[in-house]
Design a protein around this ligand. Sequence first.
Ligand SMILES: NC(=O)c1ccc[n+]([C@@H]2O[C@H](COP(=O)([O-])OP(=O)(O)OC[C@H]3O[C@@H](n4cnc5c(N)ncnc54)[C@H](OP(=O)(O)O)[C@@H]3O)[C@@H](O)[C@H]2O)c1
Length: 225
Amino acid sequence: MSDPTATTIGILGAGKVGTGVARQAIKAGYRVLIAASGDPKKIDLIVSVMAPGAIAVSAQDAMELSDLVVLSVPLHKFRTLDPAALAGKHVLDTMNYWRDTNGDMPELAEARSSSEMVLAHLPQARLAKSLNHIGYHELELDAREAGAADRRALAVASDDAETRALVLDFVEHLGFDAVDAGPLAQGAAFEPDTPIFTGSYNEARLQGELLAHAAAAQAELSPTH
Ligand SMILES: NC(=O)c1ccc[n+]([C@@H]2O[C@H](COP(=O)([O-])OP(=O)(O)OC[C@H]3O[C@@H](n4cnc5c(N)ncnc54)[C@H](OP(=O)(O)O)[C@@H]3O)[C@@H](O)[C@H]2O)c1
């Protein structure tokens, strides 16, 4: 595989997903900066155990010093993300909406995908959605070398062509076949309660599911009677 397009990954969230992504990214050769919401000293120990090689930093540094910023915080915390610091940055949204954890979020009614709600808060970020439809433990378990017969596929949606290409490349380097799902709104195809979210797919089957979702969404927009 060619060298990664992004070299430094900044991860916001040092929980299950943040440290899982960090671990895989370190293995793939990226420089990884990781932050929680407070003093980086508070996560030094957890980072050294869960993602050895990653560097605990402030959220500000994780955003400022990286080529790609990964959002892995609870969705209801999205308003704590700094729009100014993320303006112009390539950003990967891995977050999902769970009513029990996140509570009622009326803003979601306006959005086809939760990532559109996140984008409304971060209007100048160059946002993509991916890695939300894989369990944090599967990031390691299911990762395979390119070309492996049982390599799992993951979808990437974005309205920004350059960001989409960067994230497709990142997902490939993490050990998955990355499938272009089209625009950010198409991220709805792989949110909780969809077949893609609850299943595990190879590239051809994932493409089929994405097409089926797009066709169903189109039919809903233009009913025949
Ligand atoms: N669990 C899974 O298998 C899975 C899979 C795919 C996607 N997801 C999604 O990924 C997201 C993270 O899930 P998780 O299970 O990793 O959550 P988690 O274990 O609860 O970790 C959340 C992390 O976010 C940090 N955080 C909160 N606000 C922040 C901010 N403004 N800046 C930087 N860090 C901040 C928290 O730090 P503090 O303690 O300092 O607040 C904590 O380190 C969720 O949206 C979830 O739906 C989860």
